[in-house]
Write a protein that binds this ligand. Structure first.
Ligand code: CA
Length: 470
């Protein structure tokens, strides 16, 4: 493995893998993200351990699960005295910088102290003419479009860096987070086309857990003013209105993604033009997935595939074969350890993630995990009404336990409700529409998966609020 590579870590917000053409998107093209995939590896089973912004970001930085790093919900700032993988890079001579979204708190104990230079959006930030909090200038407001401005900041920093030492640059976009405000260049994109509907758009959720029936993530829950930027036309049937809402929503989402893709292209061009592509690890990911009308929903939070899956493309010409794919299960706590491994740096013993460099450089480990553990804590936040749940995903199955209890977590609200379970056979039912938990013949499989769930909880040192009878 080559020594001291540069790192360009690009993370968007809420960009689902099924809106990336390298992942076979049916609804858009992302030619610049596809350049990363063509030059490296497309990870096909990359999952977040908690499908929501701040917790996923904390898991990536600390290499630990949310019950360990403390960022269980959106209302739990990061304690930045914790070790992050950026600290190891900085301690070993990498120049480090973060531009864009932080979303882990802005007090002295939560701000991005581990970066040499940072310039971040307060909270979610704005798409147009955003304010930034700058490590050198304090509060700073500039005119322009957020995705362009964050990319400008990255390029300016690269231009003035010390070229004698490696860099680790974190480009964290606000896009494609709600409320999806496109820039002028893409404002009319898709005006004359109808975006295809997902296969499960009309899923009536039959047989799924009761708590799933009432989540507020349906097309009818999108706000006409903030999300759709238009009054609902009069005279539509309910079905027509749902279709109209989907088209309004998904077109703005894809316009915002198009700008994201253009700006990724600018950074890749910079690496090419400056002779940096060969020795720079380029990562593209998003903090979690998103429902793009799947099951009739928008948003994330749930353990269903569209939300659980993260796009993860990695290019590192010295080490990774171009145009390859990897289907091994990896999770967001593994990202930091993998990058440290590529850089030849040690991974501290307390870190729960594991380097998957071996899985993508032709030396797979015999004991690589065949399952992953997930937990969403923010029970019924009010706005989305998603239940607290945990679960296990193996290569072929998924078992979800909706434990339905806020457990006094910040931002989680009552009331608690009875425990419910779902079981999906991902080989025969990849769309997750047949809950087999109560089906005849499932008992043995349910028992095995509960054992695996308990094993994973023990391994990561999490606890269930009740005893799981295997
Ligand atoms: Ca997010």
């Amino acid at each position: 493995m080559a020594g001291r590579p540069n790192i360009l870590f690009i993370m968007s917000d809420d960009h689902a893998a099924h809106a990336v053409s390298a992942y076979g998107s049916r609804i858009n093209q992302t030619p610049n993200l596809d350049r990363i995939a063509a030059g490296g590896v497309r990870m096909d089973s990359a999952f977040c351990t908690n499908s929501i912004c701040a917790p996923s970001r904390a898991a990536i930085l600390t290499g630990t699960y949310n019950h360990i790093n403390g960022v269980t919900t959106l209302d739990t700032p990061l304690d930045n005295s914790q070790w992050t993988f950026v600290d190891s890079l900085a301690d070993n001579g990498w120049q480090t910088a973060l531009f864009g979204k932080w979303h882990l708190g802005h007090s002295a104990s939560a701000q991005p102290r581990m970066f040499d230079r940072w310039r971040v959006l307060p909270g979610q930030g704005h798409y147009h003419n955003p304010v930034f909090i700058d490590s050198e200038k304090g509060i700073d407001e500039v005119g322009g479009y957020v995705t362009d401005l964050i990319t400008d900041d990255c390029i300016d920093w690269l231009d003035q860096r010390n070229t004698d030492e490696p860099f680790a640059l974190f480009c964290h976009h606000k896009a494609a987070h709600r409320h999806w405000e496109p820039d002028a260049r893409h404002f009319s994109m898709y005006d004359d086309v109808e975006i295809p509907y997902p296969e499960t758009f009309h899923d009536d959720l039959t047989g799924r857990a009761d708590v799933i029936q009432s989540v507020k993530m349906h097309m009818l829950d999108l706000d006409p003013v903030m999300d759709l930027k238009s009054k609902v036309p009069e005279g539509l049937t309910r079905a027509e209105e749902i279709d109209w809402r989907y088209q309004r929503y998904i077109k703005d989402y894809l316009r915002v993604v198009a700008s994201l893709d253009d700006n990724v292209g600018r950074l890749l061009d910079y690496l090419d033009d400056n002779g940096l592509s060969q020795n720079t690890i380029v990562i593209y990911t998003s903090d979690q997935g998103f429902f793009l009308g799947d099951h009739g929903w928008f948003d994330k939070r749930l353990m269903y595939e569209e939300s659980l899956s993260m796009p993860l493309l990695i290019r590192y010409p010295d080490v990774i074969q171009p145009a390859t794919t990897c289907d091994d299960i990896v999770v967001n706590v593994d990202f930091g350890p993998t990058l440290l491994d590529f850089c030849g740096l040690d991974i501290p013993a307390h870190v729960q993630g594991r380097s998957f460099a071996c899985q993508i450089n032709q030396h797979p480990a015999e004991d690589w995990p065949e399952s992953m553990y997930y937990r969403y804590w923010m029970h019924n936040d009010g706005a989305h009404a998603c239940p607290a749940h945990f679960g296990v995903r193996t290569k072929h199955h998924k078992l979800i336990c909706y434990y339905n209890d806020p457990l006094d977590q910040p931002g989680a609200q009552g009331p608690a409700s009875p425990v419910e379970w779902e079981l999906f056979d991902l080989e025969n039912d990849p769309l997750e529409v047949n809950n087999l938990y109560h089906a005849p013949g499932s008992a043995m499989l349910v028992s095995q998966l509960k054992q695996e769930l308990v094993r994973l909880q023990t391994q990561v040192k999490d606890t269930a609020p009740f005893e799981i009878a295997e």
